[in-house]
Structures are given as structure tokens and as C-alpha cells.
Design a protein around this ligand. Structure first.
Ligand SMILES: Nc1ncnc2c1ncn2[C@@H]1O[C@H](COP(=O)(O)OP(=O)(O)O)[C@@H](O)[C@H]1O
Ligand SMILES: [Mg+2]
Length: 382
């Protein structure tokens, strides 16, 4: 490694030589100057100098004036001031002018000069490293920001693409589903068993595709921040009653009973279509993942500032380590539908965003073997 260069400035040749000897024996390279002007010149011809040690009292420029001259020229090399004068005011003046340290020329100079030089150089080293680290950090931050901007743009593009694709698929799918239904009703003449079977398949497949497309459309709308809720005061009781009536039919197909407990509560402010979607998803899951013959319990309660809707099932429950993934997109966990139903892993992600949009909370309590309870709240205000 290259030795650090130290410039010694003193009008007394004896002091210069003594300090040079001490510092050389400590492993430093030295250069000497006999006054301030000489020091400015010497520094200019060797700007890699790591430290200047200067006497305070010299003919011409004194130590403090030397510091000011160097600083004026934007030289920020550390400077140690030496003096034979034990006056605190001189020390203060030197330090205030930008000296890194202040030393007395006394009988201990041999030790103090080495310690001070080491300390000042080490501090400078740390400062340089700090500046380097800050610069690196700023560069990294800049890079991060740039890739973040890119990601945000790409994500918006993905949502747009998803939205367009889903939107354009929806109309033809609706036609396929509707027309197959009409044909199945034998509105245009009797069908053979085979024709009925194929039309049935077309009908179910288009129905499944339509709900997937609808979910994808929801995800793209919600993700692009365009979920505008139509908030209106309304009765959660009435909404729950009607959603349960619809879902009862689905439950019956799997011999699953829906049991309700809906004490009357005061009106809440919510988007009826979106909250219906939340309720349908939770009841739908409860039915989808529960065994035949079990029951699903749906309840409503009012506690303080919020209404809570709970959907409890007697299904297999959800392993604790999987629960954190429940509300993410496309998350299908180890629990699988019990009746061959479709599963995309989008339902709960949509539910979570709708509930969040209502400033509500969505919770799950579940233990393998003892069913699951999904609940959400809607603030009642006042
Ligand atoms: N009531 C429930 N009981 C057990 N597992 C559930 C229940 N609800 C959801 N899950 C698990 O969480 C996953 C994600 O649910 P969801 O987002 O509604 O998607 P999907 O219904 O399309 O599978 C499901 O695939 C299932 O593994
Ligand atoms: Mg679901």
C-alpha cells in the first residue's frame, strides 16, 4: 500500500526535521514547507497529500490563515495545528477555522503527533467511505425507482390487456350460454339424448368460462384502481336474506343446509352488488369445500360501530401455514372442492378488495378438522 503523504509546515527547521523523523518512523511519507506560502505551493504540486501539520505562529501567513487560504481554494485536506502557546482561544480559533485537531509543542509531542495523525486520518477515511456509501445508495435508489416505474407501467398494461380480453370474451360467451340454454329447452324441436348431452356440456363450459372471465374483469378493474363503489344506505338483513335464498339451491345439490341467524340491525352504507358478490363468494366457498350432509351457518351481528357477517362451515378447515395466502390472486390451497366444482383462486382476492374498499375488515378463523369461519365487517358510523 502507498504511504500517506504528510506536509509539515514550520518556520523552525529543527521542529520540521524532528516531526519529519517521527512521522517517517511511523510509516508516513513527509514533505516540509517553511511558511504558509511555501505550503500552498507544495500542496499544489502534490495534491495527493493526505494531511497537513502546520505551526500556528509563523512569519507571513499564520496557521489559521493557511487553513483559510487552502479552504478558499477548495482544498479539504485535514489539517492539524501546532502551537507553543497554551491558550485556549487559539485552539478554539483553529478548530473553528476548520482544523481537525490542535496540539501543543511540548515534551510529549513525539507521542501526541502520532496519535493525532492516526486519529485524523482514520476519521477522514471513514468520512470518505461514508460519502462513497451514500453515493452508492443514491445510485441504487435511482435504479430501484426506475425499475419500479417500469413495473407499475407493465402492471397497468397487464390490467388493460386483461380487461380488454375479458371484456371482449364476455359477450360471445353470454350468447353461447344463452343459446345453448334455449336449444336445451327444446324450443326448436325435440333433441336426441346425445344432442342434449353435448348441449349440456356446452352450457356448463360456457357458464364456467363466463364466471372466470367475470372474475378476471373484476381483478383488472380493481387492480387498476377503478373499483368505484356505489355506496347507498341499505339493509344488510334484506341483502343477506336474498343471497341465502339464491345459494340455498346450490347447497341443496350437495345436501348442504344453510342455517341463518339474522337479528335486525340498523341500516348500513354499502354497494349492494359488490357486497352481494362478497356474500356469494363466502357462502359459495363454504358449500364448495364442505362435505355432503354438513351445514353452513350464516349470521349477522351489530357490535358498536360495525356490522359483522359471519359464514361458518363444517368443512376440512385451512392449515395455518396456508392462511396468509388465502387473499392473494390465483391462490388455490390444499383444500379442494368436494363436488368437482371449478376453482380459480380469484374469489377471495376480489372479496378482500371489495371489503377493503368499504373500509371493512376481512378475517378468517380456521383449524384443520374443525371448519372455517370467514367474517367481514362494514363500518356503521355514528
Ligand atoms: N371455506 C373454506 N374452507 C376450506 N378452504 C377454503 C375455504 N374457502 C377458501 N378455501 C381455500 O382457499 C382457496 C382460495 O379460495 P378462492 O379465492 O375463493 O378461490 P376458489 O374458490 O376459486 O378456489 C381455495 O382454493 C381453497 O383451497
Ligand atoms: Mg371461491
Amino acid at each position: 500500500m502507498q504511504k500517506t503523504k504528510i506536509l509539515i509546515v514550520d518556520d523552525d527547521p529543527f521542529v520540521r526535521d524532528m516531526l519529519a523523523m517521527i512521522l517517517q518512523s511511523g510509516g508516513y511519507d513527509t514533505e516540509t514547507a517553511e511558511d504558509g506560502e511555501d505550503a500552498v505551493d507544495k500542496y499544489a504540486s502534490a495534491p495527493d497529500t493526505g494531511l497537513i501539520i502546520s505551526d500556528m505562529n509563523m512569519p507571513g501567513m499564520n496557521g489559521v490563515e493557511l487553513i483559510k487560504e487552502l479552504r478558499k481554494n477548495k482544498v479539504d485536506v485535514p489539517i492539524i495545528i501546532l502551537t507553543g502557546n497554551n491558550e485556549i482561544s487559539v485552539a478554539v480559533e483553529a478548530l473553528n477555522s476548520g482544523a481537525s485537531d490542535y496540539l501543543l509543542k511540548d515534551e510529549n509531542i513525539q507521542d501526541t503527533i502520532m496519535l493525532s495523525a492516526e486519529k485524523v486520518l482514520e476519521k477522514r477515511q471513514l468520512e470518505k467511505r461514508n460519502v462513497q456509501l451514500m453515493t452508492d445508495l443514491a445510485v441504487k435508489n435511482e435504479e430501484l425507482e426506475q425499475s419500479n416505474t417500469k413495473l407499475v407501467a407493465l402492471n397497468a398494461l397487464k390490467n388493460k390487456f386483461l380487461g380488454i380480453a375479458a371484456h371482449d370474451l364476455r359477450n360471445p360467451l353470454t350468447s353461447i350460454r344463452g343459446l345453448s340454454e334455449i336449444l336445451l329447452m327444446e324450443a326448436f324441436g325435440p333433441l336426441s339424448d346425445e344432442q342434449k348431452e353435448y348441449l349440456g356440456t356446452i352450457n356448463t363450459a360456457s357458464d364456467d368460462m363466463l364466471s372466470l372471465v367475470n372474475d378476471l374483469l373484476d381483478v383488472s378493474v380493481i387492480e387498476s384502481g377503478k373499483l368505484d363503489l356505489q355506496l347507498k344506505p341499505g339493509s344488510l338483513n334484506a341483502l343477506l336474506e336474498s343471497r341465502v335464498r339464491m345459494n340455498k339451491v346450490v347447497g341443496e345439490r350437495k345436501n348442504i343446509t344453510l342455517r341463518t341467524d339474522f337479528p335486525g340491525i340498523r341500516e348500513a352504507v354499502f354497494d349492494a352488488n359488490r357486497i352481494a358478490q362478497v356474500i356469494d363468494n363466502l357462502i359459495g366457498n363454504a358449500i364448495k369445500f364442505s362435505p355432503s350432509g354438513s351445514a353452513v351457518y350464516i349470521s349477522l351481528s351489530e357490535d358498536g360501530n360495525a356490522a359483522t357477517v359471519r359464514v361458518r362451515d363444517e368443512g376440512p378447515g385451512i392449515p395455518a401455514e396456508e392462511q396468509s395466502r388465502l387473499f392473494g390472486e390465483f391462490q388455490r390451497l390444499s383444500v379442494q372442492p368436494t363436488g368437482g366444482e371449478k376453482s380459480t383462486g380469484l374469489g377471495l382476492a376480489i372479496v378482500k378488495k371489495i371489503v377493503d374498499g368499504h373500509q371493512g375488515t376481512l378475517k378468517v378463523e380456521s383449524e384443520p378438522g374443525s371448519g372455517s369461519t370467514f367474517s367481514f365487517t362494514i363500518p356503521l358510523g355514528g
